[in-house]
Design a protein around this ligand. Sequence first.
Ligand SMILES: C[S@@+](CC[C@H](N)C(=O)[O-])C[C@H]1O[C@@H](n2cnc3c(N)ncnc32)[C@H](O)[C@@H]1O
Length: 135
Amino acid sequence: EDKPILKEKIDSYKGRGVFATKPIEKGSFVLEYRGELITKEESDCSEGFDHFYILVWTTTFFSYCVPFSIDASQEDGSLGRLVNDDHKLPNCRMKRIMVDKKPHLCLFAIEDTAIGTEITYNYGDTKWPCDLKHI
Ligand SMILES: C[S@@+](CC[C@H](N)C(=O)[O-])C[C@H]1O[C@@H](n2cnc3c(N)ncnc32)[C@H](O)[C@@H]1O
């Protein structure tokens, strides 16, 4: 379950987005980008994946650069998959948290965020959807 501090709303240009319904303090946990952990190869090769909702990131592992993906193409009511990009002034940052040796991608506020503000993070330098480097 996502925290009851957020709601989904339509923005005419970006489609659906996620907005704060309570003030969010800088540094606090906002939500998890939930979905199925898959390899980069699976997300590149498989037909039928909705690339719109696949988050890709790389992790440095013993000096190797290892790509991972989370497939959030299921309409499961979770909000992480609906957070839009802001390359210039995002109010959140994605961090990788390890729980039981499994990575969880979580958004944290990088500034105090007022009620009604859209939650955003920087997807990365490359094309849609999200391509995060070394998190
Ligand atoms: C992970 S989805 C985010 C939720 C999406 N807005 C929706 O309605 O389902 C990523 C897609 O949202 C749209 N999007 C995200 N940020 C955007 C932005 N700043 N401007 C325009 N479209 C954006 C793009 O189409 C992108 O491929």
